[in-house]
Design a protein around this ligand. Structure first.
Ligand code: DP6
Length: 340
């Protein structure tokens, strides 16, 4: 049995849209902060008695699309290793799953690392990041701690080109916090893969997004390295708004009224002199980037907004890692449905 843990990451300059073709290569570069919390813990056991991969997510045995996606991912690793055994996977998140809180990022990062180790494959972060990207592009970034970039893929990928994320700056580079305002425990209705697919297919503003996103990425990256928080925050908010505008023009809505209320509240706080910038992903939650010195004051203001369930304050955290799993553990029973 091998166990890995990985944390979510939140993009300051967003990835939205894929290169056409195989291999899940992003169409734009992205820059993220890996969080010190919002953790996925994934155990992988290779079992001779299974005839298909099995996935237990937050103690529930999965079937359908979540299992198929994970199985496709694991098949690549099984083939690469030459092993015959299928994998029994148990994965737990300490935060709401599939609701726009980057559970696929921490999920595929932890899975890529635990399964690479279980199948006896290379576990250096660069290689595992490349593998994780094939499962979910944002997951490539969670292999590394601190501030991380993932470049855009080649224009017409064959699926074979290497593309993993790279650390831009370590965890202690900037004393920043991200206030994660959770506004719903519901699963999102449109996953990011399908949301960005629809955006690329029908949004009249997708071409504008493809042009703008690399510029925003470059500005965010240099502002981060120059410790220019105002520019970094401004670009973080601009990237989220440009991404959502292109998605909304295709009828892909992740915002709820509370999302807009929070963006508005963050603007008010800024005009009152508090440094805070909002971002949102494929869900209604709002994440607010602040210098850590202002986190308590901004967090208190956000907690008062009606409809906010809770606010978690996250600092930059470490990349995915294998851990010694000392919890007594019985791998689950053989599942009749898995005997293909
Ligand atoms: C809005 O990485 O979930 O969070 O590669 O299809 O799995 P797939 O997409 P995913 O998309 C993340 C989109 C985002 C922005 C970001 O994290 O960069």
């Amino acid at each position: 049995m091998t166990t890995a843990i990985a944390h979510s990451n939140i993009a300051l300059a967003k990835y939205w849209g894929k290169r056409p073709g195989l291999g899940n290569y992003p169409a734009v570069p992205s820059l993220s902060m890996t969080l010190g919390g919002m953790t996925t813990r994934t155990r992988v056991v290779l079992r001779e008695d299974l005839h298909a991969h099995a996935l237990v997510l937050n103690s529930v045995l999965e079937s359908g699309e979540p299992l198929e996606r994970v199985s496709r991912f694991l098949e690549d690793l099984r083939r690469e290793s030459g092993a015959t055994s299928f994998a029994w996977v148990e994965s737990d998140n300490d935060f709401p799953t599939a609701s726009g809180l980057a559970s696929s990022a921490s999920g595929f990062a932890a899975l890529a690392l635990a399964a690479s180790a279980a199948y006896g494959l290379d576990t250096d972060p660069k290689t595992v990041s490349h593998r994780a990207r094939r499962g979910s592009a944002s997951a490539a970034r969670s292999l590394f701690g601190g501030f991380v970039e993932l470049a855009a893929g080649p224009l017409a990928p064959t699926g074979e080109e290497f593309l993993g994320a790279v650390q831009v700056a370590p965890e202690d580079h900037a004393d920043l916090s991200l206030l994660v305002c959770v506004v719903s425990e519901e699963k999102k209705k449109i996953g990011s893969t399908s949301g960005m697919g629809t955006t690329a297919a029908i949004s009249p503003y997708y071409a504008a997004w493809l042009e703008e996103a690399p510029r925003l990425f470059r500005k965010a990256r240099s502002a981060l390295l120059a410790h220019d928080f105002t520019t970094l925050g401004t670009i973080t908010e601009a990237s989220a708004l440009a991404m959502h505008a292109s998605a909304m023009a295709a009828g892909v809505f992740y915002f709820k009224p509370i999302t807009l209320t929070l963006f508005e509240r963050v603007r008010e706080l800024r005009s009152d002199g508090l440094p805070a910038y909002a971002t949102a992903d494929a869900g209604p939650h709002v994440k607010v980037l602040v210098p850590s010195a202002s986190a308590a004051q901004v967090g208190a203001a956000l907690r008062e907004v009606p409809g906010v369930l809770h606010v978690r304050c996250m600092q930059p955290g470490p990349g995915a890692r294998l851990i010694v799993d000392d919890e007594a553990h019985e791998p689950g029973p053989i599942v009749p449905g898995n005997h293909a």
